[in-house]
Design a protein around this ligand. Structure first.
Ligand code: ARG
Length: 267
């Protein structure tokens, strides 16, 4: 079965508020260019053998393009997000409706606080790695571990530029991941080193090009342009890096991975 992703076209995308250090209303995105970049990402995913489903864009919800934040998906269960910032809360019912309509079991965490879906919770092998403090709260991660009956490793995020775990950590395969160490506190760095045998560090320049915000399809990795050192590291390990320009989305603090939600990972 081909890998399946949810995306949302950028019809209403723009920098309309500022909820992370990347966003600056004075630095608007170029609509035509954003559409071109988004279409190119979708085509590249399809060329790599993926199926892409699209949800309808909604006026007034510029960040709905970042479907990674819809939910955490695990074997046809969708654990819905509750956004930290009121500016994104209007997205929640749209993600919930699409996922329910497409047969997912919908779970809403009871724990108070925020949870931003696959942006902050990523499986590497059987273990769930969960970023907290900036956008998600640790209590929700503990509850999710109970719901999914899995082990969770909470990781505190300490650099506001890397506010979601998927901006500084990218699992490639069990025991193998890309990361930007300085985005974690010393405890988090140690936990990752203890848990993952092959950690590929990216330098600050490439981390700021969102090298860690990559989509992984077996041995193919899709990321923003401008990450030559990541390319070398991946090729040495038998992976191929496909670069596609995503600068219009970097202006909102997102890149390839944020623009996609994997729907079938653990089946
Ligand atoms: N502007 C969005 C926000 O700040 C970008 C979300 C990026 N998503 C991600 N999974 N990292 O919420």
């Amino acid at each position: 079965m081909s890998p399946h992703f949810l995306m949302c076209p950028p019809d209403h995308y723009g920098i309309e508020y500022e909820i992370n250090p990347w966003m600056d209303r004075a630095r608007q995105s170029d609509h035509t260019e954003a559409v071109r970049q988004w279409e190119a990402l979708r085509r590249l995913l399809e060329t790599c053998g993926a199926t892409v489903s699209c949800m309808a864009p909604v006026a007034g919800l510029p960040d709905l393009v970042f479907t990674a934040n819809a939910a955490l998906i695990h074997v046809r269960t969708a654990i819905l997000s509750r956004f930290r910032h009121p500016q994104r809360r209007g997205e929640e019912p749209h993600y919930a409706a699409w996922l329910a309509d497409h047969g997912f079991r919908i779970v809403r965490p009871n724990a108070p606080g925020a949870f931003e879906g696959a942006g902050d919770a990523l499986f590497c092998g059987e273990t769930l790695f969960a970023g907290y403090r900036i956008r998600s709260d640790i209590a929700t991660h503990q509850e999710i571990a109970g719901i999914l009956q899995c082990r969770v490793i909470p990781l505190e995020l300490v650099d506001p530029r890397f506010y979601h775990l998927d901006t500084c950590f990218c699992p490639l395969a069990p025991g193998k991941a890309i990361w930007y160490p300085a985005a974690f506190d010393t405890y988090g760095q140690k936990a990752l080193r203890d848990q993952i045998g092959d950690l590929i560090p990216v330098n600050e320049d490439e981390a700021l090009r969102f090298a860690c915000n990559a989509v992984v399809l077996g041995d193919r990795v899709i990321a923003n342009t401008g990450c030559p050192e990541l390319r070398r590291q991946l090729e040495r390990r038998g992976f191929t890096l496909y670069e596609t320009p995503l600068d219009e989305f970097v202006k909102a603090g997102g890149s390839a991975k944020c623009l996609t939600l994997r729907l079938d990972e653990d089946e």
